[in-house]
Structure formats: C-alpha cells, structure tokens
Write a protein that binds this ligand. Structure first.
Ligand code: HEC
Ligand code: HEC
Ligand code: HEC
Length: 266
C-alpha cells in the first residue's frame, strides 16, 4: 500500500500545478482570448438574435421540405478541423455568387481564420503552415525554401492537409473542433435558448470580420503572406502574385457589373 509521504504529496501538488499550467496555456489561444474579452453592444445582440431566429425558421422549412443542405460534408479530408466547422459547412460561401467557388476552393489550403480573424492593435499575425492531420496536427509545418533554380513550380503545400493559418507568438490562433473549449462551447450552444445563442454567436464572432481580405491582398507582390517563408519557389511565388483570376476580380469587384468571359482573357 502506498503511504502519502511528504514527497508524494509534493509530487501530487506539483502535478496539479502542471495541469493548471497547461490549462492556462491552452486558454491563451488568441481567438479564445478575444472571445473572452469581447464586449457586445445591444445592437450586435439584436442582429445576432434575428439571425438565430431566421436560422431556426430556415431549419424548420428544410426539415419539412428539402433534404438538409446544411448537412456537413466530409470536411475536405483532414483529421482535425477548425472550430468554425462545428456550425458552418466546409464549403461555407454562398452569398457572393461570383466569388464563392474561389473562396470555397481556398478552404483546402487556407484556414478560415486566415481570412476571418482580426488582429487587435498590439498583434501582427504571422502566417504559417499548420498541420491538420495526425501525428502533427496543431503544429507548425516548417516549409523548405523552394529551389530557386526550379524550372517548374514545386507543389506548395508541404504536408497533406496543411493550411496557411495565423500564428501569434509562435502559437496557432486556430482553435480545433475537438478541443476542450470548442466542445464545451458547442454543448452550451446546443442546449441554449435563442437569446443565449444570440449572445454566444455575437461573442464568438466579435473577433471575426464578415468579409475576408480582397483577392489582391494575397495575390499581389505585397502579399499578406510571406510566400518565401511559406516555401514558395520563385515560379510559384510569381504564379500566386500574378494570378490572373485574382487580378480579374480586383478589376471587377462591383456586384452590379456584368461579367464577360472575354475580360478574363485580357
Ligand atoms: C456555435 C456556432 C458557430 C460557430 C462555432 C461559428 N459560427 Fe459563424 N455563424 C454562426 C451563425 C448562427 C451565424 C449567423 C447565421 C449565418 O450566417 O448562417 C454565423 C455567421 C458567420 C459569418 C457571417 C457574418 C456574421 O457575423 O453574421 C461569418 C463570416 C462567420 N460566421 C464565420 C465564422 C468563422 C470564421 C468561425 C470560426 C472561427 C465561425 N463562424 C464559428 C454560428 C457559428
Ligand atoms: C481566402 C479567404 C477566405 C477563406 C479561407 C474563408 N473565407 Fe469566408 N469569406 C471570405 C470573404 C471574402 C467573404 C465575403 C464574401 C462576400 O463578398 O459576400 C466571406 C464570407 C463568409 C461567410 C458569410 C456567408 C457567405 O455565404 O458568404 C461565412 C459564413 C464564412 N465566410 C465562413 C467561412 C468559414 C467557416 C471558413 C473556413 C472553412 C471560411 N469562411 C474561409 C473569405 C474567406
Ligand atoms: C489569404 C490569402 C488569399 C486570399 C485572400 C485569396 N487567395 Fe487565392 N490563393 C492563395 C494561395 C496561398 C494560393 C496558392 C495555392 C497553391 O498554389 O497551392 C491561392 C491560389 C489561388 C488560385 C489558383 C488555384 C490553383 O489550384 O491553381 C486561384 C485561381 C485563386 N487563388 C483565386 C483567388 C480569388 C479569385 C480570390 C478572391 C476571391 C483569392 N484567390 C483570394 C491565397 C489567397
């Protein structure tokens, strides 16, 4: 039988301390911190409440008639997913008919948070590859510098399922769906009444921006992304910076303008 000596109780104490320490480390996820500090105005709350009620109506209608199109698709074959996919489908863009295909396509190599998470005044994100597959999920994937003499662009993604994600102080600002905090939030969400849901929705989205960056924020010589650091070789870098479709959207961004396919060829 084990007696609780002074040293074992000390060991117990220190393991408790370690546990707390690691809990507080995971609570320092940048996104979660922003959610914790979020202050919600009455107006934001009302908007969220309206959204929740509309969503409920929509779901009722869908149940009554159509097969549920909100149903989760297989989330683009990674083992971990962003917290966002607790509620949003993996190809979430519908509103902007012109751009949605392109926006959805980016979910394969750009994390939701790269386009939607705002940095507060003291913070500058570094964009790096984040592994979404085991055994490295949650860790940065350091990309090898691309061969400057390559004659063809090498594949850009350094590891299957990796996505470009924002990092703060070396830690990813992305919260995974299976994390403790994400699960707890989802549970809260599932059992909440409309007003509580609205509050939660408003808080969760306070650190987010509705519209992501414009195409040319990344597809530009002054890209938001440090493409060399991300491992792009010179050919790949040029392909991304001078992407014809992205610069097409930069020229024609008014919804009202008519799209002519010949403009794409210019
Ligand atoms: C607990 C559920 C939930 C989670 C988690 C969630 N969302 Fe949402 N989101 C909603 C609801 C509800 C709406 C409003 C109705 C709609 O647009 O479908 C919404 C709307 C949005 C909008 C439209 C603008 C707005 O605020 O209404 C964006 C953009 C968005 N979410 C992005 C994200 C991103 C990015 C993440 C992950 C960081 C995320 N959401 C996580 C439930 C959620
Ligand atoms: C490449 C950048 C980019 C990525 C990556 C991205 N978004 Fe978006 N998202 C946008 C832009 C830009 C808009 C605004 C579109 C418009 O003009 O209406 C948007 C709009 C939205 C909306 C509003 C509804 C709609 O139909 O447009 C939601 C919800 C949303 N994003 C969720 C997500 C989620 C969840 C992810 C990750 C799976 C994600 N986004 C990844 C750029 C991005
Ligand atoms: C957050 C940065 C970011 C934004 C914003 C962004 N892109 Fe991209 N896009 C990328 C990256 C990174 C790649 C390179 C992926 C690769 O080559 O593996 C890419 C690739 C592409 C490709 C080539 C896809 C392929 O498979 O060859 C097209 C086309 C494209 N983007 C169009 C757009 C359009 C249109 C918009 C605006 C609606 C946009 N992008 C916004 C980062 C971005």
């Amino acid at each position: 039988m084990m007696r609780l000596t002074r040293s074992t109780s000390l060991a117990l104490l220190s393991s408790l301390f370690l546990l707390l320490l690691s809990l507080s480390v995971s609570a320092e996820n940048y996104y979660l911190l922003q959610v914790d500090y979020a202050e919600i105005s009455e107006k934001e709350l009302q908007v969220a409440l309206k959204q929740i009620q509309e969503l409920k109506e929509l779901e009722l209608q869908e149940l009554a008639s159509l097969p549920p199109f909100h149903q989760r698709q297989d989330a683009l074959d990674t083992e971990e997913h962003s917290f966002c996919l607790n509620c949003h489908i993996a190809l979430p863009h519908r509103e902007n008919e012109r751009q949605r295909t392109f926006l959805n396509m980016h979910s394969r190599y750009v994390a939701c948070e790269t386009c939607h998470l705002k940095a507060d005044k003291q913070t500058t994100f570094k964009y790096r590859w984040l592994a979404f597959n085991q055994p490295h999920a949650g860790h940065e994937v350091v990309a090898m510098a691309g061969d400057p003499n390559a004659e063809e662009a090498a594949p850009f993604m350094p590891l299957p399922g990796a996505r470009i994600a924002p990092f703060v102080n070396g830690e990813p600002a992305v919260l995974f769906e299976k994390s403790h905090s994400a699960k707890r939030t989802l549970k809260e969400w599932e059992t909440a009444d409309d007003l509580t849901k609205a509050k939660l929705k408003a808080r969760l989205h306070a650190p987010l921006q509705k519209e992501g960056p414009a195409c040319e924020a990344c597809h530009n010589e002054k890209s938001l992304l440090d493409l060399v650091m991300l491992g792009a070789d010179p050919i790949k870098k040029r392909q991304i910076e001078q992407n014809g479709i992205a610069s097409f959207f930069a020229r024609f961004n008014e919804q009202t303008e008519r799209l002519r396919i010949t403009d794409l060829l210019r």
